[in-house]
Design a protein around this ligand. Structure first.
Ligand code: MN
Length: 750
């Protein structure tokens, strides 16, 4: 690691600390000294730590403290706690150290923060359920400040999420959307809520986020022109009435644009130019209601309002304390424009919550503290009251934010989103088609659940599989996702095909026993006689023993009687090799003539076979089999010189051989690699084979001379495709010059 420039870093840290003081603006020297003490302590405790981004760790708590002061408006106790919030979790200091230095109150808040961290952030295998989250927040936080500081902590982590690996980004972002943004909303911290949502979108739906933000930038100029024209008459009218006011436009956040696109199923083009005009008036508290309505009147003098869209949250504020007057009016060019009218006080509360408002009021510090305490108590009461309809977190998460999606977790804490009503089986298919195909049930939050068990947001799901499981028709009733449906259909078809193949072999074996050489004629007659729609259906039933030797015999006897079938014994002979043909042509011809089929890999246990060491065939290669006197079969590649020569001698021992497509057995094969001897060469090669392709290496031989490496690797592959993929990927490694398959490696590799 590069040695950090300590002086430069020291200055960086001091700068961050100054920004904190600037945001907080302490009135009393003793408050300033206390915060300084906390800063020094935290800086010392974290001095050797760095964040994922590489910057000194202490910058994180200082930034969290700054957010606590500037965005939430909390005072010294919370700032001290924010500075210390990771000390107990991440350093050697204990809670009693904190208590000795900063008192009981601070220690208690830190304790709550540490517990939240323990459960949610450190242990990624823990699944967060909205209900548990609420319960936990309440039990851990006797003091609501714990939650507020946690929100600031999360906001800073979201702002610096780029340094995290992709899977963590996704988990953290989704959790933020599911838990922290609604929480911020509940506290009336609108600015934080919006930023959390937008940042979450940026990581969960990067493409959508990019499209929306780019569109907003692209169209900013036009919008500005429109807005200036639109607000001109309103400004004139307000100035005439001597209002002290501020008027500006607010774009809808990227997240709310996306929500609207989803909810109304409309394209970006129809939503992107949504914005609200906000008018903030400076007025005395006793006049604010009347003045807001006066502003409303000035607007409607100029533009026609939509009566259905008038919202009076001044007379009846929202549950989270939001106050404002909203109206939507028609512009001169026929566009609806939303206007929000607020007093300065209402605006501050709306954007930053109550605490911010009290801080900016410039009242005496004690008065500010009392008011903030009152606000905190109010939030706590609000969180605790169970009967209040609007405060049910679970309902809010699912009813308000996740209209059509649920979020569930794997046992490792990875997150998946699925449509509402998704089941255990949908989840299994979402992970991998093979896991879906073999799924027999799951543990949902550690409780056994059936395939058709419906999942809820926050569930942790561990799929249970069995090799014996096969997809069934009734599964279609269990799933809602298209992915699962397609895969089940495919798997059932494959299953039928597999049996049909088995059935066909069986059928041919029966015909051999009877002494019939024309399977097509018999198969056609059987289909007619027993009413089968296709060969596949017939073979499937033969495989399942629903049609057996008895029925086939009867059919053949009928055929022989009525003359459409002649019974004879098929000779197993081979014509003499024709001189004018190439040997491999002869091999191919022989294979075509030979009616009996041998599937390698499928019947491994029934028929013994050996892979010849002269050409080392692997699944996917064209192969033939030679029956040995002891009835074992030796498999060669069709282009193997040894096989060709054997073939010319013992043609009657050849049997047509194909690979079964199931990749079950590993086949030994070899690869030769030439490359430039650079550090990391071996590591890259081994990693690619064992980790990326998940294959076993049997031996690895390496020669290096004059900066050139020659390497022979023996490894187990599943098919020619598998081998070709490995070779293709090996060629992509830097410094690798040549990669080829080794066919013969019986003798020790040089
Ligand atoms: Mn933190």
């Amino acid at each position: 690691m590069v040695k950090p420039d300590t002086e430069k870093e020291r200055r960086l840290i001091v700068n961050h600390y100054r920004r904190l003081l600037h945001a907080w603006k302490p009135n009393r020297p003793e408050d300033r000294a206390l915060v300084r003490k906390a800063f020094n302590f935290a800086a010392e405790a974290h001095k050797d730590m760095r964040r994922k981004s590489g910057e000194p760790y202490i910058i994180h708590p200082v930034e969290v403290a700054r957010l606590v002061a500037s965005e939430i408006g909390l005072g010294k106790t919370s700032i001290v706690c924010a500075l210390l919030h990771d000390v107990v979790e991440d350093t050697e200091y204990t809670l009693s150290d904190i208590e000795n230095l900063f008192g009981k109150k601070v220690a208690k808040i830190i304790d709550g923060l540490t517990k939240i961290e323990d459960i949610f952030d450190k242990n990624s295998s823990y699944s967060i359920q909205a209900e548990n989250f609420k319960k936990m927040l309440l039990t851990l936080s006797d003091d609501v400040r714990v939650i507020l500081i946690k929100l600031a902590d999360r906001l800073h982590n979201m702002r610096t999420l780029d340094a995290m690996p992709k899977h963590k980004q996704l988990k953290i972002a989704s959790e933020t959307l599911m838990l922290y943004a609604p929480l911020a909303h509940r506290f009336g911290l609108y600015a934080i809520k919006t930023e959390l949502e937008d940042l979450s979108l940026k990581y969960t739906e990067p493409e959508i986020y990019k499209a929306i933000t780019e569109k907003l930038q692209e169209t900013a100029k036009d919008r500005k022109l429109f807005i200036n024209r639109f607000i001109y008459p309103i400004k004139k009218s307000l100035s005439r009435q001597n209002f002290k006011y501020e008027i500006f436009s607010r774009n809808k956040s990227a997240f709310s644009i996306w929500e609207k696109m989803k909810r109304k199923e409309i394209p970006l083009e129809e939503v992107y130019d949504l914005f609200a005009i906000r008018i903030i008036i400076d007025t005395e508290p006793e006049n604010e209601k009347v003045d807001c309505w006066k502003v409303y009147s000035s607007i409607t003098d100029n533009y026609r309002p939509n009566i259905d869209r008038l919202r009076d949250w001044i007379s009846i504020p929202k549950a989270n304390g939001y106050e404002a007057l909203h109206t939507t009016v028609m512009s001169k060019d026929g566009k609806w424009v939303e206007i929000q009218i607020r007093s300065r006080r209402m605006d501050e509360i709306a954007e930053k919550g109550f605490a911010a408002h009290w801080r900016y009021k410039n009242s005496s510090p004690t008065e500010t503290d009392t008011n903030i305490d009152r606000w905190l108590k109010r939030i706590r009461d609000m969180l605790q009251s169970n009967d209040s309809e609007s405060l049910d977190f679970v309902d809010e998460f699912q009813g308000f934010l996740f209209v059509d999606e649920i979020y569930v977790f794997t046992p490792k804490g990875e997150l998946r989103n699925l449509p509402v009503n998704s089941t255990v089986l949908d989840f299994a298919y979402a992970i991998h088609s093979e896991i879906g195909d073999t799924c027999i049930g799951a543990k949902v939050n550690h409780q056994l659940a059936s395939l058709n068990h419906r999942l809820k947001s926050g569930d942790q799901v561990e799929i249970i599989t069995s090799k014996k499981q096969v997809p069934k028709e009734e599964w279609f009733k269990y799933v809602v996702t298209g992915r699962a449906k397609t895969q089940i259909k495919y798997a059932i078809k494959e299953e039928k095909k597999k049996f049909a193949g088995e059935g066909e072999e069986k059928f041919k074996k029966y015909l051999d026993q009877i002494g019939v050489s024309d399977p097509n004629v018999v198969s056609k007659r059987l289909q007619e006689k027993y009413n089968y729609s296709s060969k596949l259906a017939l073979y499937y039933d033969i495989a399942k023993d629903l049609i057996g030797l008895k029925e086939i015999k009867a059919c053949c006897a009928e055929g022989s009687k009525s003359g459409w079938l002649s019974l004879f014994t098929r000779p197993f002979t081979k014509s003499k090799p024709e001189e004018q043909k190439t040997l491999s042509e002869i091999v191919m011809k022989e294979i075509k003539q030979n009616k009996s089929d041998f599937l390698v890999g499928d019947d491994v246990h029934k028929i013994s076979y050996d892979i010849s060491s002269c050409c080392n065939p692997i699944p996917g290669d064209d192969i033939i089999g030679f029956v040995q006197p002891d009835e074992a079969i030796i498999i060669h590649r069709t282009n193997c010189p040894e096989a060709i020569s054997q073939m010319s001698k013992y043609g009657n021992r050849i049997i047509k051989t194909k690979w079964h497509d199931k990749e079950t057995v590993g086949f030994l094969t070899g690869i030769r690699i030439n490359g430039i001897d650079k550090q990391g060469f071996i590591n890259d090669v081994v990693k690619l084979i064992t980790e990326v392709h998940n294959l076993n290496i049997r031996s690895f031989h390496l020669d290096s001379e004059g900066g050139i490496v020659n390497s022979n690797i023996l490894l187990y592959v599943y098919s020619i495709q598998n081998l070709n993929n490995v070779i293709r990927d090996l060629k992509k490694i830097q410094n690798v010059k040549k990669v080829e398959r080794i066919t013969a490696f019986k003798s020790p590799i040089k």
